[in-house]
Design a protein around this ligand. Structure first.
Ligand SMILES: NC(=O)C1=CN([C@@H]2O[C@H](COP(=O)(O)OP(=O)(O)OC[C@H]3O[C@@H](n4cnc5c(N)ncnc54)[C@H](OP(=O)(O)O)[C@@H]3O)[C@@H](O)[C@H]2O)C=CC1
Ligand SMILES: Cc1cn([C@H]2C[C@H](O)[C@@H](COP(=O)(O)OP(=O)(O)O[C@H]3O[C@@H](C)C(=O)[C@@H](O)[C@H]3O)O2)c(=O)[nH]c1=O
Ligand SMILES: [Mg+2]
Length: 292
């Protein structure tokens, strides 16, 4: 691979873990955050890739506010469909490998087993629909690309459910959390490592492009995840609370979320030689790096 890896996104969870990974494995990456360009300006994307002349591109930027997307449809599609479409086209034109991220929320949650890549999609909200449109636009660009669908991403950076729970535990004894939505929590560090592995395989031609599932191993409801967070935090003298297990109906939100969005990661593990780590182990490591 000639030239650095250009990463779209700088302050986000996965982008920040890519920055840490870049230093750890000594791989040059340049980060294009909001201060470099507004990703809603799609013409600027090709211009930046032309100017920086990278060896490969990873897109870690997105519109990720699931509930707000219901009322900010245009912004969600600009970031989640049109920006990756422009990136994929620019990469295809130059023969650059491209790794993009998508979400478990492309599924409707009706299946009673983990989802594989070939299962039918059916997003239940604007965020999921805009991310699905992004996947399709990336595939349609025809270059060498992989779309990694991940789920329930947490880290010490940015905004995520784990940090929300720690914040709520700071001023409450009990938090009501839905127990009837099941998924697979994923540490942003795993997303970063998986993205780099995928990129290297694409560049070397040792794995085919396409859609891959990448999540932590093991199932959890949001209530299970909250309980695990509080247990680990309590053990380290951090904020803790009791979890009141509630139903989706008890916690109304603008966007409907899938009841089951567990991702089966077998395809990635076979093709890319990347193995999902148990989410409880990753969560413990993540919390051990946080000031509680
Ligand atoms: N978070 C999750 O639970 C999950 C995420 N994913 C996917 O994984 C990928 C990475 O997500 P994650 O790291 O959590 O995302 P974050 O929400 O943490 O970060 C998103 C990034 O996109 C940037 N961004 C948003 N709008 C613009 C804009 N107009 N111009 C430039 N940059 C912009 C943000 O910049 P700024 O900080 O300035 O706003 C931020 O750096 C995304 O594709 C997401 O859809 C998939 C499943 C679960
Ligand atoms: C804050 C809170 C949430 N909940 C519920 C609401 C919702 O059903 C579930 C998760 O809420 P959040 O809004 O934190 O998570 P959400 O924004 O739905 O997270 C999603 O983000 C996008 C970007 C993805 O791609 C998904 O994989 C997923 O990680 O927990 C409670 O039950 N109690 C609470 O106190
Ligand atoms: Mg949210």
């Amino acid at each position: 691979m000639n030239g650095p890896i250009l990463v779209f996104g700088r302050s986000g969870q996965v982008a920040q873990e890519l920055a840490l990974l870049s230093r750890r494995v000594d791989r040059a990456m340049v980060f294009a955050g909001r201060e470099t360009l507004d990703l809603a300006d799609h013409a600027a994307i090709d211009g930046l890739i032309a100017r920086l002349d990278p060896g490969a591109v990873i897109n870690a930027a997105a519109y990720t506010a699931v509930d707000k997307a219901e009322s900010e449809t245009d912004a969600a599609y600009a970031l989640n469909r049109d920006a990756p479409a422009a990136m994929a086209a620019a990469c295809a034109a130059r023969g650059l490998p491209f790794v993009h991220f998508s979400t478990d929320y492309v599924f409707d949650g009706g299946l009673d087993r983990p989802y594989v890549e070939t299962d039918a999609t059916g997003p239940t909200g604007v965020y999921g629909a805009s991310k699905l449109a992004g996947e399709q636009a990336v595939a349609a660009a025809g270059g060498v690309s992989a779309t990694l669908r991940t789920s329930w991403v947490y880290s010490r950076h940015g905004a995520n459910f784990v940090k929300t729970m720690l914040r709520l535990a700071g001023d409450r004894d009990e938090v009501g959390v839905v127990a009837d939505q099941v998924g697979r929590p994923t540490w942003a560090r795993d997303c970063a490592e998986g993205a780099l592995a995928a990129l290297d395989h694409l560049a070397a031609g040792t794995a085919p492009g396409g859609v891959y599932h990448l999540s932590g191993a093991g199932d959890a409801s949001w209530a299970d995840l909250a309980e695990a967070v509080f247990e680990l935090s309590r053990a380290r003298g951090g904020p803790t609370a009791r979890v009141r297990r509630i139903t989706t109906a008890d916690y109304p939100t603008p966007a409907r979320r899938p009841a089951n969005s567990r991702l089966d990661c077998g395809k990635l593990e076979t093709a890319m030689i990347w193995r999902a780590r148990d989410w409880r182990e990753s969560l413990a490591t993540c919390l051990s790096e946080m000031e509680l």
